[in-house]
Ligand binder design. Sequence first.
Ligand code: NAI
Ligand SMILES: C[N+](C)(C)CC(=O)CC(=O)[O-]
Length: 489
Amino acid sequence: MTQSAAIIGGGVIGGGWAARFLLNGWDVRVFDPDPNAQRKIGEVLDNARASLPGLYDMAMPNEGALTFHDTLSDAVAGAVWVQESVPERLEMKHSVYRDIQAYCGLEAVIASSTSGFKPSQLQQNATRPEQIVVCHPFNPVYLLPLIEVVGTDANADMLCQVEKILQGLGMFPLMVKKEIDAHIADRFLEAVWREALWLIKDGIATTEEIDDAIRMGFGLRWAQMGLFETYRIAGGEAGMRHFIEQFGPCLAWPWTKLMDVPDLTEELIDKIATQSDAQSGHLTIRELERHRDANLVGMMRTLKARDWGAGAVLNRHDAALNQNWAIPNTLQDVDDLSQPVKTIDRAVPLDWTDYNGHMNEARYLQAFGDATDRLMHIVGCTPDYIAKGGSYFTAETHIRHLDEVQAGGHIRVETQVLLGEGKKLHLFHAMFEGDRLLATGEHMLIHVNLATRRASDPAQDVADQLGQLVAAHAKLPVPNGAGAAVGKR
Ligand SMILES: NC(=O)C1=CN([C@@H]2O[C@H](COP(=O)(O)OP(=O)(O)OC[C@H]3O[C@@H](n4cnc5c(N)ncnc54)[C@H](O)[C@@H]3O)[C@@H](O)[C@H]2O)C=CC1
Ligand SMILES: C[N+](C)(C)CC(=O)CC(=O)[O-]
């Protein structure tokens, strides 16, 4: 049965949570008194649909149902997870918990997005403190994996379940062992924010110069290694110890104004807002969000290819997705040998699209190449087999681009084996979005001995498995377009 999450407060963060749950197959029930909440969440969802599914190389589950409710009691009914994302005011959060606990199930998790309150503060005077836990996300919640989970002794029994549910949403729960104001990550953000305010107040840098100082340099380092791994490298061969010895004395020099906070006077606020308008005012918030999402998707997919940091979290979720929405790994996994085999089932990543607003031609080849790799794996041409010295090389390719598809579009490739005899493997891939045929890819591959780099017969096991597929597919009609030349309709 589909699980449901209640989103209490559907602003910047609640909207991101709604998208994260929905796109992971949960039903989502929103309560927010703002008459614009539905429109705002709809816009956030559009951005999320274009960006999140394409981070994975497997299809995500079908979207859950999104409903908006006039009362909080209605929204929390039946929800196993209640995500509170109302403004950062303690008395408001307390009053919202009173209402939630009056109507939600006894087993429901009540998670708070709070940036800074400790769980013990949130639990004060609650009917059932053990239900309330901090789950602090990062904007955009639908893309960034980090989630700081902070509980008290009262929550001990539920933290494991909370961690599991968040992992199931493709997130990286950082289980914070000791509560502290602003948890872990926001203490860094706060420190950097304070320095930035001083640099502006003192007229040393503009908003744009500060952003450049971050994004052209250390921001890129932080995105993939964080602070300590980065500084370990900065210590050279002598490592961390040398780094601290060299830069330790600077801590006593006036390199930071951290203990002193500038007054947020009207004058300072006006200076920051004016500079920010000059820097980014030509773009709407939604346009900025789309740039942010495309940049994040590109960086995260690069990290994914390297199975590193945030990218490794995506790979773990991909493995979980494939258990649920199966693409076959072996011939035994194929449900019906007599039909073309499903070799790709995924969304179009944002970074596969181009200036024409659709999937770029080169990415059709990438998808068909991935489909070929999957078929090779299914017939036993696995990484182990390849490591022993046999593989297939593609000798010829013919792609027909029949229809377009946009970022986030759910594509599927079905593969028919036209010939699998001796050294030759002749494949015909058909790419669909739903029932719509988008493209076909016809490929001739030759089995190769990787030591001699010359054509060779595949090992018996691969030949046998391929033979089974060829015999079954021989009964299928020759697909429309097979053997066509360029320009021939
Ligand atoms: N904006 C950010 O970068 C981040 C914010 N957070 C935390 O998330 C929480 C929400 O922050 P934002 O989404 O930024 O604020 P927001 O102002 O964008 O959204 C708050 C929403 O709560 C609604 N609301 C107000 N009273 C309500 C009530 N009684 N019941 C239901 N909804 C109510 C408002 O109409 C509004 O839509 C805060 O605790 C904040 O610290 C956490 C991570 C990042
Ligand atoms: C500015 N902020 C303290 C609300 C930021 C966060 O809590 C996390 C984030 O997304 O930057």
